[in-house]
Design a protein around this ligand. Structure first.
Ligand SMILES: Cc1cc2nc3c(=O)[nH]c(=O)nc-3n(C[C@H](O)[C@H](O)[C@H](O)COP(=O)(O)O)c2cc1C
Length: 365
């Protein structure tokens, strides 16, 4: 039980404990993709996590897939992230920025007029996506990326990572999970390509490997993590039976020695055991939606099954979650209705435990 509260060396940084705040989109940025000042407060409140992984952040204007997600491709966006990094570091925390290109999960109204909704292949997601005005409409048929387009996306990720480093963020996480662009390349249901970026496990893994290599070259491999969701069905993915691609991916990434691999896991399986066994650096596990993420669920995983565990929603409603776990203080429930709404409600107004009236002490008053 106590290992989870012990420090861990992640690349060049020291984490105070093994609990990671999972990446969570909160849709509070303005139309220019700039985070509000309250974002610095929000993340600093949660700096008791060993590591914070930020909300998904677009590396280019063309990579956006939801209204209100932040970017990291303009100077104003970078300045806002620098304020976040400073606030988290001032509180003793560590923070990686998740870089997310949503690929086919997007809408023309969210991206520049000369951009297209892109994917590895022209396979439409059978779901509704948000327009810039928030109205839900059927997902468009994406345009397959050509080679120049692929090179541009890789360069956009590397440039955003350079901005992240310049803003003082400790590193970046590449979002190759949950049905977004990098995952779309990994999965045979969305990647029908017959060129070098498809057609075989190695081919489907190539784009993620090339993005990782380009980002590692720009900021150092020990500042790059990769998030995957093998078998995941979110966003109309058909990723079941795709184990060979994930093994090919892990084998191709391993020599680069990224800071970590971050896996969403439904249940233990031979693939997960093998990924953990083969992965040469830090292994980070998220069992949340799937297996629960209370202390009793995740603490036993630290050691044998993972080096670090990530927790999402509990961190929304318990900014001081690690202290509450350590001291066995009660946990507050989250309010789903404010997950994605603009403004401070449900964002920076969940108090730390010390600020909550303690019923036992209160009885004397
Ligand atoms: C509000 C919300 C936003 C999320 N946004 C992201 C995201 O931007 N990137 C990502 O990789 N996962 C995202 N997720 C998934 C979480 O990282 C995590 O895997 C999930 O919440 C399960 O963990 P939990 O049960 O501890 O919350 C999001 C989840 C929630 C609840």
């Amino acid at each position: 039980m106590s290992t989870i509260f012990e420090p861990w060396k992640l690349g060049r940084i020291e984490l105070a404990n093994r609990v990671v705040m999972a990446p969570m989109t909160r849709n509070r940025a303005d139309v220019a993709g700039v985070l509000p000042d309250s974002a610095a407060t929000y993340y600093a409140q949660r700096a008791g996590a060993g590591l914070i992984i930020t909300e998904g952040t677009q590396p280019s204007a063309a990579a956006q897939g939801y209204p209100g997600t932040p970017g990291l491709h303009t100077d104003d966006q970078e300045k806002a992230w620098a304020r976040v990094a400073d606030a988290v570091h001032a509180t003793g925390g560590r923070i990686f920025c998740q870089l997310m290109h949503t690929g086919r999960i997007s809408h023309e109204s969210l991206i520049p007029a000369d951009a297209r909704v892109v994917a590895p292949s022209a396979v439409r997601a059978r779901l509704d996506v948000a327009r810039a005005d928030g109205v839900m409409v059927p997902a468009p048929e994406p345009v397959p990326l050509d080679e120049a387009g692929i090179r541009q996306v890789i360069e956009d990720f590397a440039a955003a990572a350079a901005r992240a480093a310049r803003a003082g963020l400790d590193g970046v996480e590449l979002h190759a999970a949950n049905g977004y662009l990098l995952h779309q390349f990994l999965s045979p249901g969305t990647n029908l390509r017959t060129d070098r970026w498809g057609g075989s496990p190695e081919g489907r893994a190539r784009f993620v490997v090339e993005v990782t290599a380009a980002v590692a070259e720009r900021i150092g491999a020990d500042r790059v993590g990769v998030r995957i969701s093998p078998g995941g069905q979110f966003n109309d993915m058909a990723d079941k039976g795709n184990e060979d691609t994930y093994m090919a991916l892990a084998d191709a990434l391993a020599p680069l020695r990224p800071a970590y691999l971050h896996t969403l896991r439904r249940r233990s399986s031979p693939l997960h055991t093998e990924l953990r066994r083969r992965w040469p650096t830090t292994y980070l596990l998220n069992t949340g939606y799937l297996g629960g993420s209370e202390l009793a669920d995740v603490a036993p995983l630290v050691g044998e099954e993972a080096d670090l565990v990530s927790v999402g929603r509990l961190f929304i409603s318990n900014p001081d979650l690690v202290r509450r776990w350590r001291e066995n203080l009660p946990r507050a429930a989250w309010d789903e209705s404010t997950f994605f709404t603009p403004g401070d409600a449900g964002y920076v107004d969940y108090p730390a435990h010390s600020a909550v009236a303690d019923p036992e002490q209160g009885s004397d008053a």
